[in-house]
Each structure stands twice: as C-alpha cells, then as structure tokens.
Design a binder for this molecule. Structure first.
Ligand SMILES: Cc1ncc(COP(=O)(O)O)c(C=O)c1O
Length: 396
C-alpha cells in the first residue's frame, strides 16, 4: 500500500532549516527560521520559566491526566492575560499555537463547512496549508502594499467590507508574520467595526505577544475586536512569548454571546481535543500559569520579554542604518517602522536564492528576514548584498 504514496510537499521554512544545517560554510547566516536569538545566537530559556519549572517540579506529585480541556487555572490565566476581563468564554489548552489554530479551523468546519476563511495576503504559510488540508474554502484580503511595502489600508478595508456574514477572517493579533506591519489603533478600530457590521467571525492568531510594543500595547487590536464583535476565536501561542517552543503550549479561547452558547462551544472544543490528541500537554501550560499567577515571576517575565523586544528593535535600527548607508532609504524606513521578529525585504525568489548560494545568507523564499538573528556583521553583509543586487540586477 505504501508504494503508491507521494508525500505532500514539506513546509518551505522547515526545509530551509535542513538546507542550512547541511551547508558547510562557516560564515553562513540563518535569518530564516522564526525563533528568537540573542546576540550570541542562542535561544535561552527565560529565567522566569526556569524558576517556574523548579516550582512545578517540587510541587508536582503526579503525572496523571488532568482534563480534556486542559488545566482550568492555566486557561483562566491566559484569559486574564489576553482579555483582562472574564466573560462567556470557552477555552481549551492545545499543543502550541499551531494546535490552537488547527482546533479553531476544525471548529469552523464543524460549525459551517461551507464558509470561506479569509487570510491576509501575505500570511504565515501554515494557515492556508491547514485550511486546505481540512477542505475549507480559502480567500485572501489585501494587507501589504507591494509598491510601498507598508499597509494597503484602502485595499484592506475594501476587502473586509465585502466579506459575507458568517465567513471567518484570520488576523495576526500583533507583529504580522511575515511583514512586521502593525495597523495603528485607529485602523484596528476600523477593522473591528467593519467585521462586526459584516457579521464576520474574527479568528485572531496571537503568536508574538510582547514582541511588538509590549504585552498590553500588543493586545489593543484583540481587545478592540472583542469589544465590537460578539463572537471571537483566539489561537494563542506561548512558544515565542515564553520561549517554550518545544514544550508546545497554546490555547483556544472562544468569546461567546451567552453562557448557554459558551457551554455548547466548550463541549465542541473539548470534543475536538479528544478527537485529535485527547489530553493536551500540561507541563509548559503549568509553567505559564505559575508565571502569570505569581507577581514576582510575572514581573520578571515581562522584563525579560521587554529586553528581547528591545534587542530585536536595536537590530532593526542597525539594519535600517546599514540600508541607508547604501542609499536604500525607503526600505530602511519600512524596516525601522515595522515590529516583531520579521520584515519582508521585497526580493524575488531568484534574488533570495542568489544571496543563499553566493553569500550563505539564508532568508525564506518570500524574502522574510528574522531580525532577531541579525548581528551587526550580518546586517552589513545583507545590506551590501541587497544593494549590489539592486545595482547589478543580480550578482553581488
Ligand atoms: C503567525 C504564526 N502563528 C502561529 C504560529 C505557531 O506557533 P507554535 O505552533 O510554534 O506555537 C507561528 C509560528 O511560527 C506563527 O508564526
């Protein structure tokens, strides 16, 4: 039976990790994969996480199952963190943000298999990949203006204004991946009001909380949407914000209109956990809960996250300065204004391959760059290489 198998095409970003690992050049630089790196190129465990793990290790007497939906205290801590208010919300713990999004999309399929799910153009490739795998219809709405490299505000609002009642709209809660474009507060408000008027269901992907302008500021869009729209789905990831990548910590929160609907939604989400993996992982979730519920650990976590954000922003400003030195002021201005780990450089796949082959500079094919991994030396190299590309049309 296996001899008839043709494997699906693997994820481009995951494939790039393998190509990078096999590249023998010592000067190679990985600006592809979306993981935070400090100035020594490491992805350290946060001190607040280590301290919380110690507490969990000392207190935990059993590894027996907890609950299909996940630990209640964890889910309440995440609800408080994201919404700052309690309400009629159903919630489940999930393996990471990918698990959360998968369960959101499964819930959409269960609720309304004929709906269309609208994705920003561009977006994280796994959104469309999972939706297609589930057989859901996918459309895109305009987000990035390819000419300016900034937000296509007119296109965005025009497309959202056409969305049919009962369709779902995926939004990046902050630090849009791959563009780094952040809608202003006014624009978030316009998005929230439009979605509410259309009767569309927002699905908020919150994977980079704290990497934009700070934890509270990064939640402004989500909270405006939750205030305007009666029903909201949120897929939360603790991978980046708590550095818990491999421990797989995430959650789905569903804002519902009444306690009776909440109870049905809780039943659906819990059932979906049962279908897909039964009990969600607990260790990392408990670590997050311990941090959020302890005043000192929470303050330490916020401080560490702020330091990471400041470091990434310093890398951005350094790269923007190098681009300006090479007379690329427009690109420099875009990069300097964007937030989070990523920006798009606006290069063609051929140019990206050229940087990889000739210079050992690894970007994702769409020219997404991870600013967390951008050292001063890499910044000079990449700016020089892009400038040479712009001048010669190809070789640097
Ligand atoms: C936009 C976006 N959403 C969700 C995720 C899922 O993250 P994880 O499954 O690692 O928690 C990622 C990870 O790269 C992402 O970039």
């Amino acid at each position: 039976m296996f001899e008839t198998l043709t494997a699906p095409e693997s994820d481009k970003i995951i494939r790039l990790m393998g190509i990078f690992a096999a590249d023998p050049r010592p000067e190679k630089i990985d600006l592809g994969v979306g993981v935070y790196r400090n100035s020594q190129g490491q992805t350290p465990i946060m001190a607040a996480v280590k301290a919380a793990e110690q507490q969990v290790w000392e207190a935990q007497k059993s590894k027996s199952y907890i609950s299909l939906a996940g630990d209640k205290a964890y889910l309440e801590a995440v609800e408080d963190l994201l919404f700052a208010t309690r309400g009629a919300k159903a919630a489940i713990a999930t393996p990471g943000g990918t698990g959360a999004l998968r369960q959101c999309f499964e819930a959409l399929k269960y609720l309304r298999p004929s709906l269309t799910v609208w994705l920003p153009e561009p977006t994280w490739p796994n959104h469309a990949s999972i939706l297609h795998y589930l057989g859901l219809r996918v459309e895109t709405y305009r987000f990035r203006d390819a000419t300016t490299g900034g937000l296509d505000h007119t296109g965005l609002m025009a497309d959202l204004a056409q969305i049919a009642r009962g369709d779902a709209v995926v939004l990046h809660g902050c630090c849009h991946n791959p563009t780094g474009i952040e809608p202003s507060s006014e624009i978030w408000h316009g998005i929230a009001v439009t979605l509410a008027a259309r009767g569309a269901l927002p699905v908020i992907d919150m994977a980079y909380l704290g990497f934009g302008r700070g934890v509270e500021a990064d939640l402004a869009g989500l909270r405006m949407i939750a205030a305007e729209c009666p029903e909201v789905l949120v897929g939360f990831s603790a991978s980046k914000s708590f550095g818990l990548y491999r421990d797989r910590v995430g959650a789905v929160l569903a804002q519902c209109q009444t306690p009776a609907i909440q109870s049905e939604m809780q039943g659906l989400l819990t059932w979906l956990n049962r279908q897909n993996y039964a009990f969600p992982p607990d260790h990392g979730a408990r670590v997050v809960q311990v941090i959020l519920d302890d005043e000192t650990l929470r303050a330490n976590w916020i401080a560490e996250l702020s330091a990471m954000r400041a470091e990434i922003d310093a890398n951005r400003q350094c790269f923007a300065a190098d681009l300006r030195r090479h007379q690329m002021a427009d690109l420099a201005d875009q990069i300097a204004a964007q937030r989070g780990m990523f920006s798009l450089l606006g290069l063609s796949p051929d140019e990206v391959h050229h940087l990889r082959n000739a210079r050992g500079i690894y970007l994702v094919d769409d020219s997404r760059v991870n600013l967390a991994a951008m050292t001063p030396e890499a910044s000079r190299n990449v700016a020089g290489a892009i400038s040479a590309l712009a001048q010669t049309g190809q070789s640097a």
